[in-house]
Design a protein. Structure first.
Length: 131
């Protein structure tokens, strides 16, 4: 679904097909810059926001998911999130302040202040989504 392509991943899931929600949470949990960048396009394909909330809560990634959702809303057309789930993500408590350790944005300071977490992307990193 993403205009940014990834290399083949050697991890295989046997017995079931991954949902978009599971794929997004796994990408954020990986902590790799390019994987998270490519995963931003998945926000437009999410149908089950409550499943995304549940998976993010299990892995303690709630604020990261919310901050990346707001970033994705700025650059691409995405589906709207349920208000109840959005507020739940916003009020979550996380110890980690970085999505990717040591990287912070110069362009998305308002999102960083709102979510109290550092976004690893600048506008120049997201230019492929504008094409």
């Amino acid at each position: 679904y993403s205009p940014i392509k990834l290399r083949a991943i050697k991890t295989r899931i046997v017995g079931k097909k991954l949902t978009i929600e599971e794929t997004l949470v796994r990408a954020i949990d990986s902590g790799e810059f390019r994987t998270i960048l490519a995963a931003l396009a998945l926000f437009n394909h999410i149908k089950n926001w409550s499943l995304l909330y549940k998976l993010a809560k299990e892995r303690n990634l709630m604020k990261k998911v919310g901050a990346l959702y707001d970033t994705a809303r700025r650059i691409i057309k995405t589906r709207k999130i349920n208000k109840k789930i959005y507020n739940g993500l916003l009020q979550a408590k996380e110890k980690e302040k970085y999505i990717i350790k040591g990287l912070s944005s110069k362009d998305y300071n308002d999102i960083e202040k709102k979510w109290k977490i550092y976004i690893p992307f600048n506008k120049s990193d997201l230019w492929r989504y504008k094409e």
